[in-house]
Design a protein around this ligand. Sequence first.
Ligand SMILES: Cc1ncc(C[n+]2csc(CCOP(=O)(O)OP(=O)(O)O)c2C)c(N)n1
Ligand SMILES: [Mg+2]
Length: 368
Amino acid sequence: MLITQYTKGILLIRDAFEGKIQYFQVMDESGSIDQSLMPPELTDAKLLDMLKLMLLTRNADAKAISLQRQGRAATYAPTLGEEAVNIGTATAMRKNDIFVPAFRQHGVYFARGLPMRLFYLYWMGFEEGNMIPPEVHGFPMAVPVSTQMPHSVGLAFAQKYKKTGNAVIAYIGDGGTSQGDFYEAINFAGVWHVPLVVVIQNNQWAISVPRSKQSAATTLAQKAFAAGIPGVQVDGNDAIAVYKATAQALKDAANGPSVIECVTYRAGMHTTSDDPTKYRSEADVSEWLKKDPILRLKLYLAKKGLWSEQIEAQVTDEQKKLIDSGVEEAEAFKPDPKSMFQNLYSFVPETLDDELKDSEANNFWQGE
Ligand SMILES: Cc1ncc(C[n+]2csc(CCOP(=O)(O)OP(=O)(O)O)c2C)c(N)n1
Ligand SMILES: [Mg+2]
């Protein structure tokens, strides 16, 4: 009906835009791969490193939840089930590429060499843990949803302006793609052809809001088209496919930005303050658990004789030691109480200054 009204009196009708989103998978749930799609640089040694990093992410995650339950850490956002997105993208980054995370990319930090101590320090509530060493080439975690997006596009613009040859990877959740900041960032990126790769970590949930209520769009990758940039959808539980799509996007970033939607699943709670049993069924979760990203890489490597229960036990043992010493170092941290007044602003505003003086005068932070 509407179409008839629009077309009345129009002499020329043609498609002004056509688009389709491709979906990539290299390795299926049983760990079988399409060898013709395998990137040659992903050697067995590299795949083993990826699996170990995914396991480290999972083990560090479990430890953080346990610490929170014991009152030794603050609210924590687990990344259980989303390890392939973290490690697949991080493995594809070149040394000087810069990542701009949201708050569920712990594995990216580990893959880029963030000391364990800082990871736990942050989730124990200390800003010092979010002061990322320069060699990690990553931004601090951004909990306010989508606020990292304008930063990432500005950073990518700077890479282009300064001709560094580096690309920027920005991470965002499915929920985050509904925010204005997301659209503004990809719009700017498209207009200025900046070297930005936007990774949508679509874990099907934004706290209790399911993906179906987030957007009526069939894919989130197609949002890229409105900004005039390419978009692709990837099996986000397939570390090899995630790697491949990211490596290609980073290579292409010199010519402009792109969006990769990684379809994965938040296997755990949103944060330790959340109870997902209130809003999703066990059946739904168990269907997704069959697609576990770690399991399928293990199956693939086991078939090649490169992974076994014995190797796993040894790796887990080593990782536990690394994790435990990170926790120990974080718990030994003695914060400067003044930092809670000084970290937020470049200068201490008058109102906070009064509180600071009052605290000093009354020795509030001596704990006695
Ligand atoms: C601007 C803003 N609004 C609301 C919140 C509360 N909040 C924290 S996480 C979240 C959902 C994010 O969902 P998604 O982007 O899919 O990321 P996920 O948590 O699934 O990784 C919300 C609404 C926030 N942190 N920031
Ligand atoms: Mg989400």
